[in-house]
Design a protein around this ligand. Structure first.
Ligand SMILES: Nc1nc2c(ncn2[C@@H]2O[C@H](COP(=O)(O)OP(=O)(O)OP(=O)(O)O)[C@@H](O)[C@H]2O)c(=O)[nH]1
Length: 382
Protein backbone atom coordinates (compact mmCIF):
# COMPACT_ATOMS: atom_id res chain seq x y z
CA UNK A 1 0.00 0.00 0.00
CA UNK A 2 1.19 3.50 -0.60
CA UNK A 3 -0.29 6.82 0.15
CA UNK A 4 -0.84 10.20 -1.41
CA UNK A 5 -0.50 13.44 0.51
CA UNK A 6 -1.37 17.02 -0.03
CA UNK A 7 1.60 19.27 -0.51
CA UNK A 8 2.80 21.19 2.51
CA UNK A 9 1.70 24.45 0.88
CA UNK A 10 -1.82 23.17 1.00
CA UNK A 11 -1.38 22.12 4.60
CA UNK A 12 0.09 25.38 5.77
CA UNK A 13 -2.04 27.90 7.52
CA UNK A 14 -5.24 26.69 5.97
CA UNK A 15 -7.64 27.02 8.88
CA UNK A 16 -9.24 29.94 7.18
CA UNK A 17 -10.57 27.87 4.35
CA UNK A 18 -12.22 25.18 6.41
CA UNK A 19 -15.94 25.45 6.15
CA UNK A 20 -17.89 26.18 9.26
CA UNK A 21 -20.73 24.45 11.02
CA UNK A 22 -23.42 23.26 10.72
CA UNK A 23 -24.37 22.82 7.07
CA UNK A 24 -21.28 24.49 5.73
CA UNK A 25 -19.07 22.43 7.97
CA UNK A 26 -19.09 19.80 5.31
CA UNK A 27 -17.19 18.72 2.31
CA UNK A 28 -17.62 21.64 0.00
CA UNK A 29 -19.15 20.98 -3.35
CA UNK A 30 -21.87 18.41 -3.38
CA UNK A 31 -21.86 15.46 -5.63
CA UNK A 32 -21.35 15.91 -9.31
CA UNK A 33 -22.29 13.71 -12.12
CA UNK A 34 -19.42 11.90 -13.67
CA UNK A 35 -18.72 11.02 -17.11
CA UNK A 36 -17.76 7.41 -16.96
CA UNK A 37 -14.47 7.87 -18.77
CA UNK A 38 -11.43 8.32 -16.61
CA UNK A 39 -10.38 11.88 -15.86
CA UNK A 40 -7.43 13.29 -13.96
CA UNK A 41 -9.45 13.80 -10.78
CA UNK A 42 -10.69 10.24 -10.98
CA UNK A 43 -7.21 9.08 -10.06
CA UNK A 44 -8.04 9.75 -6.40
CA UNK A 45 -8.54 6.66 -4.26
CA UNK A 46 -12.17 5.78 -4.22
CA UNK A 47 -14.77 4.02 -2.16
CA UNK A 48 -17.73 2.63 -4.08
CA UNK A 49 -21.25 2.45 -2.68
CA UNK A 50 -23.24 -0.27 -4.41
CA UNK A 51 -26.42 -2.20 -3.70
CA UNK A 52 -30.03 -2.58 -4.74
CA UNK A 53 -32.33 0.35 -5.40
CA UNK A 54 -33.57 2.11 -2.26
CA UNK A 55 -31.16 0.16 -0.07
CA UNK A 56 -29.93 3.46 1.40
CA UNK A 57 -26.67 4.28 -0.44
CA UNK A 58 -27.29 7.98 -1.07
CA UNK A 59 -28.65 8.41 2.45
CA UNK A 60 -25.44 6.99 3.93
CA UNK A 61 -23.29 9.31 1.88
CA UNK A 62 -25.43 12.37 2.68
CA UNK A 63 -25.67 11.68 6.40
CA UNK A 64 -22.00 10.87 6.95
CA UNK A 65 -20.41 13.44 4.67
CA UNK A 66 -22.97 16.19 4.20
CA UNK A 67 -24.57 16.51 7.63
CA UNK A 68 -28.00 15.69 6.27
CA UNK A 69 -30.37 14.74 9.06
CA UNK A 70 -31.65 11.15 8.74
CA UNK A 71 -35.26 12.29 8.37
CA UNK A 72 -34.41 14.42 5.35
CA UNK A 73 -33.26 11.32 3.47
CA UNK A 74 -36.92 10.33 3.13
CA UNK A 75 -37.12 12.91 0.34
CA UNK A 76 -34.04 11.80 -1.58
CA UNK A 77 -34.73 10.96 -5.17
CA UNK A 78 -33.48 7.81 -6.77
CA UNK A 79 -29.96 8.03 -8.22
CA UNK A 80 -29.99 7.51 -11.97
CA UNK A 81 -26.34 7.85 -12.86
CA UNK A 82 -23.10 7.29 -11.03
CA UNK A 83 -22.38 10.27 -8.80
CA UNK A 84 -19.00 11.01 -7.39
CA UNK A 85 -18.41 12.93 -4.22
CA UNK A 86 -14.98 14.35 -3.61
CA UNK A 87 -14.17 14.16 0.09
CA UNK A 88 -10.98 16.15 -0.03
CA UNK A 89 -11.58 19.82 0.68
CA UNK A 90 -11.97 19.80 4.40
CA UNK A 91 -11.21 16.36 5.60
CA UNK A 92 -8.12 14.54 6.77
CA UNK A 93 -9.02 11.55 4.68
CA UNK A 94 -8.99 12.36 1.07
CA UNK A 95 -10.93 10.19 -1.30
CA UNK A 96 -13.90 10.02 -3.61
CA UNK A 97 -17.13 8.24 -2.92
CA UNK A 98 -18.94 6.94 -5.95
CA UNK A 99 -22.63 6.38 -5.42
CA UNK A 100 -24.06 3.95 -7.95
CA UNK A 101 -27.64 3.76 -9.15
CA UNK A 102 -29.39 0.65 -7.83
CA UNK A 103 -28.91 -1.74 -10.68
CA UNK A 104 -25.51 -1.87 -12.28
CA UNK A 105 -25.56 -3.69 -15.57
CA UNK A 106 -22.21 -5.40 -15.92
CA UNK A 107 -23.08 -6.41 -19.47
CA UNK A 108 -23.60 -2.83 -20.63
CA UNK A 109 -20.63 -2.23 -22.97
CA UNK A 110 -20.49 1.48 -22.06
CA UNK A 111 -19.92 0.62 -18.40
CA UNK A 112 -16.20 0.04 -17.98
CA UNK A 113 -16.38 -1.72 -14.63
CA UNK A 114 -12.82 -3.00 -14.85
CA UNK A 115 -11.51 0.54 -14.99
CA UNK A 116 -13.72 1.53 -12.05
CA UNK A 117 -12.75 -1.43 -9.88
CA UNK A 118 -9.05 -1.10 -10.65
CA UNK A 119 -8.86 2.31 -8.99
CA UNK A 120 -10.92 1.34 -5.96
CA UNK A 121 -9.78 1.00 -2.34
CA UNK A 122 -13.00 -0.37 -0.92
CA UNK A 123 -16.35 -1.53 -2.22
CA UNK A 124 -19.24 -1.08 0.19
CA UNK A 125 -22.25 -3.20 -0.69
CA UNK A 126 -25.42 -2.03 1.05
CA UNK A 127 -28.17 -4.57 1.84
CA UNK A 128 -31.57 -3.42 3.12
CA UNK A 129 -32.16 -5.64 6.16
CA UNK A 130 -35.83 -4.63 6.34
CA UNK A 131 -36.49 -6.04 2.89
CA UNK A 132 -36.23 -9.50 1.37
CA UNK A 133 -32.49 -9.73 0.75
CA UNK A 134 -32.26 -12.81 -1.51
CA UNK A 135 -31.89 -10.83 -4.73
CA UNK A 136 -29.46 -8.48 -3.03
CA UNK A 137 -27.32 -11.48 -2.11
CA UNK A 138 -27.30 -12.73 -5.69
CA UNK A 139 -26.21 -9.29 -6.89
CA UNK A 140 -23.64 -9.02 -4.12
CA UNK A 141 -22.12 -12.26 -5.37
CA UNK A 142 -21.97 -11.09 -9.00
CA UNK A 143 -20.56 -7.72 -7.99
CA UNK A 144 -17.80 -8.95 -5.70
CA UNK A 145 -16.67 -11.73 -8.02
CA UNK A 146 -16.34 -9.27 -10.92
CA UNK A 147 -14.63 -6.74 -8.70
CA UNK A 148 -12.24 -9.33 -7.25
CA UNK A 149 -11.18 -10.41 -10.73
CA UNK A 150 -10.44 -6.80 -11.70
CA UNK A 151 -8.76 -5.87 -8.42
CA UNK A 152 -8.10 -8.55 -5.78
CA UNK A 153 -6.50 -5.99 -3.46
CA UNK A 154 -9.60 -3.98 -2.72
CA UNK A 155 -11.53 -4.38 0.54
CA UNK A 156 -15.04 -5.81 0.41
CA UNK A 157 -17.41 -4.40 3.00
CA UNK A 158 -21.06 -5.36 3.43
CA UNK A 159 -23.38 -2.98 5.27
CA UNK A 160 -26.44 -4.80 6.57
CA UNK A 161 -28.39 -1.58 6.62
CA UNK A 162 -31.60 -0.12 8.14
CA UNK A 163 -31.26 -2.35 11.21
CA UNK A 164 -33.05 0.31 13.28
CA UNK A 165 -36.29 -1.51 12.42
CA UNK A 166 -35.04 -4.86 13.78
CA UNK A 167 -35.02 -6.30 17.30
CA UNK A 168 -31.63 -7.23 18.76
CA UNK A 169 -32.22 -10.95 18.20
CA UNK A 170 -33.41 -10.36 14.66
CA UNK A 171 -30.28 -8.30 13.93
CA UNK A 172 -27.95 -11.09 15.02
CA UNK A 173 -29.96 -13.68 13.13
CA UNK A 174 -30.00 -11.57 9.94
CA UNK A 175 -26.26 -10.98 10.14
CA UNK A 176 -25.58 -14.69 10.67
CA UNK A 177 -27.82 -15.65 7.76
CA UNK A 178 -26.36 -13.11 5.33
CA UNK A 179 -22.82 -13.97 6.37
CA UNK A 180 -23.45 -17.69 5.87
CA UNK A 181 -25.18 -17.39 2.51
CA UNK A 182 -22.71 -14.89 1.04
CA UNK A 183 -19.70 -16.97 2.07
CA UNK A 184 -21.29 -20.23 0.89
CA UNK A 185 -21.89 -18.66 -2.54
CA UNK A 186 -18.23 -17.64 -2.72
CA UNK A 187 -17.05 -21.08 -1.57
CA UNK A 188 -19.16 -22.69 -4.33
CA UNK A 189 -17.10 -20.88 -6.97
CA UNK A 190 -13.78 -21.45 -5.19
CA UNK A 191 -13.41 -17.89 -3.93
CA UNK A 192 -12.85 -18.65 -0.24
CA UNK A 193 -9.96 -16.19 -0.30
CA UNK A 194 -12.32 -13.30 -0.98
CA UNK A 195 -12.91 -11.82 2.45
CA UNK A 196 -16.18 -10.00 3.15
CA UNK A 197 -16.52 -7.86 6.30
CA UNK A 198 -20.02 -7.34 7.69
CA UNK A 199 -21.43 -4.40 9.67
CA UNK A 200 -24.89 -3.72 11.09
CA UNK A 201 -25.73 -0.13 10.21
CA UNK A 202 -28.41 2.52 10.42
CA UNK A 203 -28.40 6.23 9.65
CA UNK A 204 -30.58 6.76 12.73
CA UNK A 205 -27.76 6.11 15.18
CA UNK A 206 -23.95 6.19 15.27
CA UNK A 207 -23.53 2.73 13.76
CA UNK A 208 -23.10 4.13 10.25
CA UNK A 209 -20.27 6.42 11.42
CA UNK A 210 -18.62 3.56 13.26
CA UNK A 211 -18.81 1.28 10.23
CA UNK A 212 -17.45 3.98 7.92
CA UNK A 213 -14.64 4.59 10.40
CA UNK A 214 -13.57 0.97 10.13
CA UNK A 215 -13.77 1.02 6.33
CA UNK A 216 -11.59 4.13 6.13
CA UNK A 217 -9.12 2.91 8.77
CA UNK A 218 -8.31 -0.12 6.63
CA UNK A 219 -7.14 2.29 3.92
CA UNK A 220 -4.75 4.20 6.17
CA UNK A 221 -1.32 2.56 6.10
CA UNK A 222 -0.16 4.42 9.23
CA UNK A 223 -2.93 2.90 11.35
CA UNK A 224 -0.65 0.63 13.47
CA UNK A 225 1.63 3.59 14.22
CA UNK A 226 -1.31 5.78 15.18
CA UNK A 227 -2.69 3.06 17.46
CA UNK A 228 0.69 2.63 19.05
CA UNK A 229 1.02 6.35 19.71
CA UNK A 230 -2.46 6.42 21.23
CA UNK A 231 -1.62 3.45 23.45
CA UNK A 232 1.53 5.13 24.72
CA UNK A 233 -0.31 8.40 25.26
CA UNK A 234 -3.21 6.96 27.25
CA UNK A 235 -1.15 4.60 29.37
CA UNK A 236 1.14 7.45 30.48
CA UNK A 237 -1.70 9.88 31.11
CA UNK A 238 -4.23 7.80 33.04
CA UNK A 239 -6.76 8.03 30.21
CA UNK A 240 -9.36 5.31 29.68
CA UNK A 241 -10.08 5.72 25.98
CA UNK A 242 -8.94 8.05 23.19
CA UNK A 243 -10.19 8.57 19.66
CA UNK A 244 -8.52 10.47 16.86
CA UNK A 245 -11.41 12.04 14.95
CA UNK A 246 -11.80 13.50 11.52
CA UNK A 247 -13.80 16.51 12.78
CA UNK A 248 -16.02 17.07 9.77
CA UNK A 249 -17.30 13.53 9.31
CA UNK A 250 -16.91 12.28 12.90
CA UNK A 251 -15.20 9.24 11.47
CA UNK A 252 -12.51 8.12 13.90
CA UNK A 253 -9.37 7.33 12.02
CA UNK A 254 -7.70 5.58 14.95
CA UNK A 255 -8.21 4.65 18.57
CA UNK A 256 -6.12 2.87 21.21
CA UNK A 257 -6.24 -0.90 21.24
CA UNK A 258 -8.79 -1.31 24.05
CA UNK A 259 -12.21 -2.38 22.72
CA UNK A 260 -14.55 0.33 21.43
CA UNK A 261 -17.94 0.47 23.06
CA UNK A 262 -20.65 2.32 21.19
CA UNK A 263 -21.58 4.49 24.15
CA UNK A 264 -18.08 5.95 24.46
CA UNK A 265 -17.93 6.57 20.74
CA UNK A 266 -21.34 8.29 20.80
CA UNK A 267 -20.30 10.47 23.72
CA UNK A 268 -17.19 11.60 21.84
CA UNK A 269 -19.20 12.28 18.65
CA UNK A 270 -21.67 14.35 20.66
CA UNK A 271 -18.83 16.30 22.20
CA UNK A 272 -17.54 17.28 18.77
CA UNK A 273 -21.05 18.49 17.86
CA UNK A 274 -21.26 20.54 21.06
CA UNK A 275 -17.84 22.12 20.53
CA UNK A 276 -18.53 23.05 16.93
CA UNK A 277 -22.05 24.29 17.75
CA UNK A 278 -20.94 26.45 20.64
CA UNK A 279 -17.94 27.90 18.86
CA UNK A 280 -20.06 28.62 15.84
CA UNK A 281 -22.86 30.31 17.81
CA UNK A 282 -20.49 32.42 19.90
CA UNK A 283 -17.96 33.05 17.16
CA UNK A 284 -16.74 36.64 16.92
CA UNK A 285 -17.43 36.51 13.21
CA UNK A 286 -21.11 36.67 12.48
CA UNK A 287 -20.92 34.21 9.60
CA UNK A 288 -18.70 31.85 11.59
CA UNK A 289 -16.76 31.23 8.43
CA UNK A 290 -13.73 29.09 9.15
CA UNK A 291 -13.80 29.85 12.85
CA UNK A 292 -15.68 26.88 14.24
CA UNK A 293 -12.57 24.74 14.62
CA UNK A 294 -8.99 25.95 14.79
CA UNK A 295 -5.67 25.65 16.61
CA UNK A 296 -7.18 27.06 19.80
CA UNK A 297 -10.03 24.56 19.87
CA UNK A 298 -10.21 22.58 23.07
CA UNK A 299 -12.96 21.59 25.47
CA UNK A 300 -13.47 19.91 28.81
CA UNK A 301 -16.83 18.40 29.75
CA UNK A 302 -17.29 16.98 33.24
CA UNK A 303 -20.11 14.45 33.43
CA UNK A 304 -22.08 13.69 36.57
CA UNK A 305 -20.61 10.19 36.84
CA UNK A 306 -17.02 11.35 37.63
CA UNK A 307 -16.03 11.00 34.00
CA UNK A 308 -14.31 13.78 32.07
CA UNK A 309 -14.30 14.29 28.30
CA UNK A 310 -11.30 16.17 26.99
CA UNK A 311 -11.01 17.41 23.39
CA UNK A 312 -7.94 18.97 21.81
CA UNK A 313 -6.97 20.04 18.32
CA UNK A 314 -4.31 17.89 16.61
CA UNK A 315 -4.37 19.22 13.06
CA UNK A 316 -6.88 21.39 11.25
CA UNK A 317 -8.87 18.27 10.39
CA UNK A 318 -8.16 16.05 13.36
CA UNK A 319 -8.99 16.24 17.00
CA UNK A 320 -8.23 13.97 19.91
CA UNK A 321 -11.14 13.15 22.21
CA UNK A 322 -10.33 11.38 25.47
CA UNK A 323 -12.44 9.81 28.18
CA UNK A 324 -10.93 9.75 31.66
CA UNK A 325 -11.80 9.72 35.34
CA UNK A 326 -11.98 12.91 37.36
CA UNK A 327 -9.07 11.88 39.60
CA UNK A 328 -6.82 11.31 36.58
CA UNK A 329 -7.74 14.75 35.29
CA UNK A 330 -6.15 16.28 38.39
CA UNK A 331 -2.84 15.65 36.63
CA UNK A 332 -3.86 17.85 33.71
CA UNK A 333 -0.34 19.26 33.43
CA UNK A 334 1.04 15.80 32.75
CA UNK A 335 -1.76 15.04 30.27
CA UNK A 336 -1.08 18.28 28.42
CA UNK A 337 2.64 17.60 28.27
CA UNK A 338 2.01 14.08 26.95
CA UNK A 339 -0.49 15.47 24.48
CA UNK A 340 2.13 17.93 23.24
CA UNK A 341 4.50 15.00 22.56
CA UNK A 342 1.70 12.98 20.97
CA UNK A 343 0.71 15.84 18.67
CA UNK A 344 4.30 16.34 17.62
CA UNK A 345 4.63 12.63 16.84
CA UNK A 346 1.44 12.64 14.75
CA UNK A 347 2.75 15.56 12.72
CA UNK A 348 6.03 13.73 12.20
CA UNK A 349 4.27 10.54 11.08
CA UNK A 350 2.47 12.40 8.33
CA UNK A 351 5.44 14.52 7.35
CA UNK A 352 7.48 11.35 6.82
CA UNK A 353 4.58 9.91 4.85
CA UNK A 354 4.40 13.02 2.70
CA UNK A 355 8.12 12.84 1.97
CA UNK A 356 7.84 9.13 1.11
CA UNK A 357 4.96 9.89 -1.18
CA UNK A 358 6.89 12.59 -2.99
CA UNK A 359 9.73 10.12 -3.63
CA UNK A 360 7.22 7.50 -4.68
CA UNK A 361 5.46 9.88 -7.05
CA UNK A 362 8.73 10.71 -8.71
CA UNK A 363 9.38 7.03 -9.29
CA UNK A 364 5.96 5.85 -10.38
CA UNK A 365 3.70 7.43 -12.90
CA UNK A 366 0.46 6.08 -11.45
CA UNK A 367 -0.11 5.96 -7.70
CA UNK A 368 -1.40 2.95 -5.86
CA UNK A 369 -5.07 3.72 -5.39
CA UNK A 370 -5.76 1.42 -2.50
CA UNK A 371 -4.67 3.83 0.21
CA UNK A 372 -6.58 7.00 0.90
CA UNK A 373 -5.00 10.37 0.42
CA UNK A 374 -4.39 12.48 3.49
CA UNK A 375 -4.48 16.14 4.16
CA UNK A 376 -1.54 16.01 6.54
CA UNK A 377 -0.26 18.32 9.20
CA UNK A 378 -0.01 22.07 8.97
CA UNK A 379 3.54 23.28 8.31
CA UNK A 380 3.46 25.44 11.44
CA UNK A 381 3.26 22.38 13.64
CA UNK A 382 4.68 22.70 17.12
N1 LIG B 1 -35.24 2.96 8.48
C1 LIG B 1 -34.21 3.34 7.74
N2 LIG B 1 -34.41 3.89 6.53
C2 LIG B 1 -33.33 4.26 5.81
C3 LIG B 1 -31.99 4.11 6.30
N3 LIG B 1 -31.13 4.56 5.35
C4 LIG B 1 -31.89 4.99 4.32
N4 LIG B 1 -33.20 4.82 4.58
C5 LIG B 1 -34.35 5.18 3.71
O1 LIG B 1 -34.29 4.37 2.56
C6 LIG B 1 -34.86 5.08 1.45
C7 LIG B 1 -33.96 4.96 0.23
O2 LIG B 1 -32.75 5.62 0.48
P1 LIG B 1 -31.76 6.11 -0.68
O3 LIG B 1 -30.56 6.62 0.01
O4 LIG B 1 -32.44 6.98 -1.65
O5 LIG B 1 -31.44 4.72 -1.39
P2 LIG B 1 -30.45 4.44 -2.61
O6 LIG B 1 -29.82 3.11 -2.35
O7 LIG B 1 -29.51 5.58 -2.82
O8 LIG B 1 -31.48 4.30 -3.79
P3 LIG B 1 -31.21 4.44 -5.37
O9 LIG B 1 -30.69 5.83 -5.61
O10 LIG B 1 -32.57 4.22 -5.98
O11 LIG B 1 -30.25 3.39 -5.76
C8 LIG B 1 -35.05 6.53 1.92
O12 LIG B 1 -36.43 6.73 2.17
C9 LIG B 1 -34.27 6.62 3.22
O13 LIG B 1 -34.86 7.51 4.17
C10 LIG B 1 -31.83 3.53 7.60
O14 LIG B 1 -30.72 3.37 8.14
N5 LIG B 1 -32.96 3.16 8.27
Amino acid sequence: MSIQYSTEDQMADSYGVADSFPKDFGYGADESEIDESSTASDSKPRILLMGMRRSGKSSIQKVVFHKMSPNETLFLESTNKIYKDDISNSSFVNFQIWDFPGQVDFFDPTFDYEMIFRGTGALIYVIDAQDDYMEALTRLHVTVTKAYKANPDMNFEVFIHKVDGLSDDHKIETQRDIHQRANDDLADVGLEKLHLSFYLTSIYDHSIFEAFSKVVQKLIPQLPTLENLLNIFISNSGIEKAFLFDVVSKIYIATDSSPVDMQSYELCCDMIDVVIDVSCIYSLHADCNGTAYDKESMAIIKLNNTTVLYLKEVTKFLSLVCILREESFERKGLIDYNFHCFRKAIHEVFEVGAATHRTFSQQASSPNLKAVTHNGTPANAV
